[in-house]
Every structure is written in C-alpha cells, then in structure tokens.
Design a protein around this ligand. Sequence first.
Ligand code: ADP
Ligand code: ASP
Ligand code: MG
Length: 402
Amino acid sequence: MGLIVQKYGGSSVRDAERVMNVANRIVEAYDAGNDVIVAVSAQGDTTDDLIAKAEEINPNASKREMDMLLSSGEQISIALLAMAIEKIGRPVVSLTGWQVGIQTDSRYSAARIKHVNSERIRSELDKRRIVIVAGFQGINKFGDITTLGRGGSDTSAVALAAALGAEVCEIYTDVDGVYTADPRIVKDAYKLDDISYDEMLELASLGANVLHNRSVEMAKKYHVKLAVKSSLRRVEGTYVKEVNQVEKMLVRGVTRDNDCAWIALCGVEDTPGKAFEIFSLLSQKNISVDLIIQSIGNGVKKDISFTVTEGDLPVALQILEDNKNIVNMDDIKWTKDVSKVSIVGAGMVNNAGVATTMFEALYDAHINISMIATSEIKISVLVDQKDAERAVVAIHDKFMLK
Ligand code: ADP
Ligand code: ASP
Ligand code: MG
C-alpha cells in the first residue's frame, strides 16, 4: 500500500450529504491500508459568494484582503470534512495552507507554489492520521495568506503529491473524467481514457477548466500521475500521463474560453519598432497578449489587433491611453464579446488538413472568424461570444463523432 493524494472540488462537497459521501470514499482508501492526503475546495459556490460579499463593500479591495477572505472558504470545508471522518471513527487532522507550509511567491490572487514543507504532514501520516489540507491557498514570504487563482485547488493537490512522492494524485469532480469537449456544451462529447500532459496542458489553458492548468504543468514537471474521476459515480476516469498514444486521434479536444477581450489599434504609424513599443508597454505591467494580427501596412499606417484576458482589459486600455504620445494611432476599438475556440491534439502536427476542416465546420455553421493562431498541437480562432457554443458543437461534430 502506498501514499495517495485525493482532491475534491466544490460541487463534490457542496452540502452535508456530499461531505459524508466524500468522507466515506476517503475512509475506503485509508482502510485499504494507504496513507491518504486530501486537498479540498470551498463548498459549492462559496468562493463566488465571498467575491460578491466583497464587492458589496469595496469593489476595489486589495488583492491581499481578497485572499484573506477567499481562503476562508477552504478552511470551512476542511473542518467539516474532518468532522465527517471523525464521525466515521477514523483518525484525521485538518490543516490550512500555512499550517502545512505551502510557500508561494507574493502574487496575491495568482500565487505560484514555490515549496511545500513535508514535515508536518509526514508526522501526521506517521500517526496513521488522514490529512485534510485546504486547497487553493498558501503563505508568502511576508507571512500573508495567498491564493493560487480560480480552480487552484487542483494545483495544491499536485504540489502535495509531488512533495510527498505520492503514487497517484486523484482529482475527484462532478464529471467522470476529461471529455473531448465540455459535456455541458456538447452532448455527444465522450470521455478519454488517457491523455498526455502536453495535450491536457493545452486543453486546460484554452478553457477546459476541469483541471487548473498549473496543476498539469506541475504534474508533468514532477512526473505525478494524475487521474480525473467522478466523486459520485464509480467508473474509470481519465489518466493524464506521458502517453504512448494508443488511440491515434487527430484532435483530442475542443474548448472555448470566454475570458478574452479584443483590442484593435487602428491607424498606427507603419514604421519599424511599433509592435515592439506597444507590446513592451503592456508586458511591463505583466499583461500577456494572446492572439495578435497586424494588417499589411501601406508605408504610412497599419492596424494592430490583439487579445488580452478580460481582467487585464481596463489596465491595458489605460496604458494605451497614458502612452498616446508614444503609440500614435487614429482610434482604439475594443470588446469583451469575443471567445476563443480551440482544438487540441498531438496528432495534428504535420497534418495539413486539420485547419481546413475546422474552418469548414465554422463556415457550415455560418460563424465568422476574426483571428486565427496555430501551433504544433493546437489551432485557436476568435469568434463572437454569442457564437462560441455553436462553434464548439460544430467543430466537435466534424472531428469527433465516432
Ligand atoms: P471542481 O469543483 O470539481 O473543481 P470544476 O467545475 O472546476 O469542478 O470542473 C469540472 C467542470 O469542468 C465540469 O462540470 C465540466 O462542465 C467542465 N469541463 C470543461 N471542459 C471539460 C472537459 N473537456 N472535460 C470534462 N469537463 C469539462
Ligand atoms: N475555491 C476556489 C475556486 O472556486 C478554488 C477551487 O475550487 O479550486 O476557484
Ligand atoms: Mg476546478
């Protein structure tokens, strides 16, 4: 028997009945002789509710205070889950991020884990206790609580698995595994038996929020075997690992990401160095630019358009406004009503027809594409947000129908 890390998401612990269900599953793994560490998210919509509470009082609250507030959701769920396990009669201890010593960098609300102290957890496991750890949170060098970004409990679980050398990190959620598309959008989507770290990282980064993208990045780096499973149904899940592709599928998944905003700079001077000036101003403020299109200049003027996350939009617009004298242009246009729709698959390298098929699916569905980006294992297009779900369905139908 070995060491197992399990993670339960918000919907899996949303009420007393679900907490008891999770407690029973944990005890099962423990009774089989394993050492068990569990990372837990806040119950149900708690994190959203806490954000709404903060907004009632101060919509511009500092990120430090937001982290202090949001981390409380996970503190509630670890205590409740530990109580449920006590009720079943097994030894258990709940620990917050700082009690464990999950050290992060200082970026409030988007912190990265730098180190996980293993001593406290080891000593608890040595006493044969089940260890319940608050997901999503850590502590920075100032001794302040930080959070890891929405969906970050997955990353807490993988970090614990890596630090303590767990055999497997099981992510329990409200779906049976990783599907070819979000099953809430595509009825015909089907579960994948396994998927490579690289493909999963792309899917997660492009909007498949079944896993936090950093959790996949970390699992790959530290060779943690990840399993995504249902907390409610007892069925095989999906394994994320170094895959020696058994099933040779061209496209493994279709995603949609609504968290993007489009900015167009119209009539920028057509001289060398303009793109450099604009994008270095943005990167100095840590704003990552995603899709970029520059029109063919006429020697006098050109247009540059790009996307950023919705959260970065106000700052990006402010920077462009503040630097009007450097970034001369006729007009700035922007909108949040766009979505990025992507296909991912390691098998699409060297397959010239994939992009054409994707564009054909969109053409058949009368959906206009405003930007395109490709890499070895993905193709992304920008479409109107109102068309995004239809786009995912149309593309999925074209590639995936078995
Ligand atoms: P948890 O609270 O357990 O962390 P999340 O809501 O973060 O759960 O993630 C699970 C959800 O991810 C599913 O309910 C599903 O709607 C969504 N999802 C998006 N893309 C996919 C996909 N490709 N496969 C499975 N689920 C997906
Ligand atoms: N509770 C946090 C969130 O809602 C973290 C998580 O669920 O993973 O984003
Ligand atoms: Mg999640």
